[in-house]
Design a protein around this ligand. Sequence first.
Ligand SMILES: N[C@@H](CCC(=O)N[C@@H](CS)C(=O)NCC(=O)O)C(=O)O
Length: 203
Amino acid sequence: MLLYQFQKGTNPRRVIIYLNEKGIDVPRYELDYAGGEHKSPEYLAINPSGRAPTLVTDEGMSITDSAAIVEYLEDLHPEKSMIGVDAISRAKIRSLERLGTDLVARSQLWLWNITRSFPAMEPSPSLKVASKILVYVTEILDVLEATIGDNEFLAGDRPTVADCTVFPIFQTCRERFELPFGSAHPRLDLWYKNFRQRPSAEY
Ligand SMILES: N[C@@H](CCC(=O)N[C@@H](CS)C(=O)NCC(=O)O)C(=O)O
């Protein structure tokens, strides 16, 4: 098994943090983002989208989506479930995970426009567009803020794949771009700061 990753990439970090939380050791290959290795013919043969992460299984199959990779690994390692132990908890955790996936997608569009640091993704960044997208980002942050309540983690009293999904976009915005992402949401702010202390969140 081999995980192709960018150590600091938001979507790869969903898998990296999950692996750290579970204590699963998977060999890694760090793609050279600046050098465009993810667009090389060799990598495109493994993942035609030219994105990371990709998990190549022992059977040689490429899993090319971070959520699908986490689900696959969870099937192999069901102990200390991070995806729910019964139909109700799985439904709750998956709902939050999917909301987190939407948050990542919207926030990335926002980042491309507000930071102007992704010319390959957004060649004409616009602060006006960024402020419109921020409304849709905030809509999800509001829902997560209401959902977490006084819980330590997004789905209750232990970490789940929902945390692994949402945490990386906070980390990207706050640590890589020094943006106060989610700081107007006090419960999420506290959740982020506490989760950041976990060894799994270290770069
Ligand atoms: N749905 C995919 C999205 C993967 C994705 O967009 N990865 C980004 C890094 S966060 C990437 O590879 N970007 C490089 C590019 O698109 O050129 C997943 O969750 O794995």
